[in-house]
Design a protein around this ligand. Structure first.
Ligand SMILES: CC(C)(COP(=O)(O)OP(=O)(O)OC[C@H]1O[C@@H](n2cnc3c(N)ncnc32)[C@H](O)[C@@H]1OP(=O)(O)O)[C@@H](O)C(=O)NCCC(=O)NCCSC(=O)c1cc(O)c2ccccc2c1O
Length: 273
């Protein structure tokens, strides 16, 4: 595979947002803090993911951290205030929860490419990505109870779905770190590769995914969310069904009949068993 040419999509302060062909890459860029995120880092990621969601020339998204030492070490404890993390607007936020939700509902595959530390809220970000490819230097763990924090949403319930309840409680109660190989054995991540190969392999997976039907992948992702996310997941899945229905002649007949002030003729359309 030839070296990819990454082009900046939009400049940001605390992330790098690039693309090569149909592949977007969002990189948390605070390597001096092991890519710990602030409200600004998170807002920028939300904006970049939203651009990816709307741009139909982007088919798959990679989330990663700058440098080889860390994917992310979670919320920046230096800007943690009273009730959340504080940015330039002086408002305390937990806006990483909005980002987790966005990664879950964006109707395109999101791949976490993990090098080095994947810790705390950073590790929840790799968890909510659809797939995780880790370098052999990656280390995974939750530190919340050590620093007076916890993620009682995806970080615990979804983690328990992915690695099992006993293992998830072990992760949260003991706050140990797990090697990439151990995380792989726990089904926490999809693949472990040598550090030097991690981007090449991630791009190979992206290229394979891009050969597949985007609508099929969209529905598979939404179906799995519906199973794990209850009514919120079903809302997403139902919305996707409505989107498809709007593209049919039957769906358009209802709209056109209303606008033309006539009775709709739904009988002209085939039904299936
Ligand atoms: C990750 C480490 C185990 C790595 O240890 P190591 O010894 O290799 O590196 P250093 O500790 O020397 O780190 C280098 C440098 O980076 C700074 N740094 C690292 N992590 C953070 C951080 N999270 N915040 C701020 N700064 C950080 C470190 O201080 C060093 O700076 P120097 O100036 O001294 O060089 C180890 O770094 C570590 O344990 N880090 C902390 C991990 C952590 O506890 N993260 C926060 C967990 S809580 C969280 O992430 C969280 C966020 C949310 O927004 C939530 C929202 C809703 C619910 C829950 C949330 C939540 O749990």
């Amino acid at each position: 595979m030839s070296e990819p040419t990454w082009k900046t999509v939009k400049p940001f302060q605390e992330i790098i947002f690039e693309r090569t062909g149909k592949i977007a890459k969002i990189t948390m860029n605070r390597p001096e803090r092991h890519n710990a995120f602030t409200p600004v880092t998170v807002s920028e990621m939300i904006e970049a993911f939203t651009i990816c969601r709307d741009d139909n020339s982007i088919g798959v998204i990679i989330l990663t951290g700058a440098g080889d030492k860390a994917f992310s070490s979670g919320g920046d404890q230096g800007v943690r205030g009273n009730g959340g993390y504080v940015g330039p607007d002086h408002i305390a936020r937990l806006n990483v929860l909005d980002l987790q939700h966005l990664i879950r509902i964006i109707p395109k595959p999101v791949i976490a490419m993990v090098k080095g530390w994947s810790v705390g809220g950073g590790n929840i970000l790799q968890l909510v990505c659809d797939l995780t490819i880790a370098a052999d230097n990656a280390k995974f763990g939750q530190t919340g109870p050590k620093v007076g924090s916890f993620d009682a949403g995806y970080g615990s319930g979804y983690l328990a779905r992915v690695i099992g309840h006993k293992r998830a409680k072990e992760v949260w109660f003991l706050n140990h770190f797990y090697s990439a190989e151990e995380a792989y054995q726990m089904n926490w991540i999809n693949k472990v590769v040598p550090l030097a190969d991690v981007e090449t392999v991630t791009l190979e997976w992206c290229d394979e995914i891009l050969q597949k039907s985007p609508t099929a992948l969209r529905f598979i992702k939404a179906a799995m969310n519906a199973d794990t996310d209850g009514l919120a997941g079903l809302q997403q899945f139902g919305g996707d069904a409505t989107m498809l229905f709007y593209t049919t002649d039957e769906g358009k007949e209802g709209r056109d009949a209303f606008n033309e002030k006539r009775k709709p003729d739904f009988g002209q359309f085939p039904t299936f068993p």
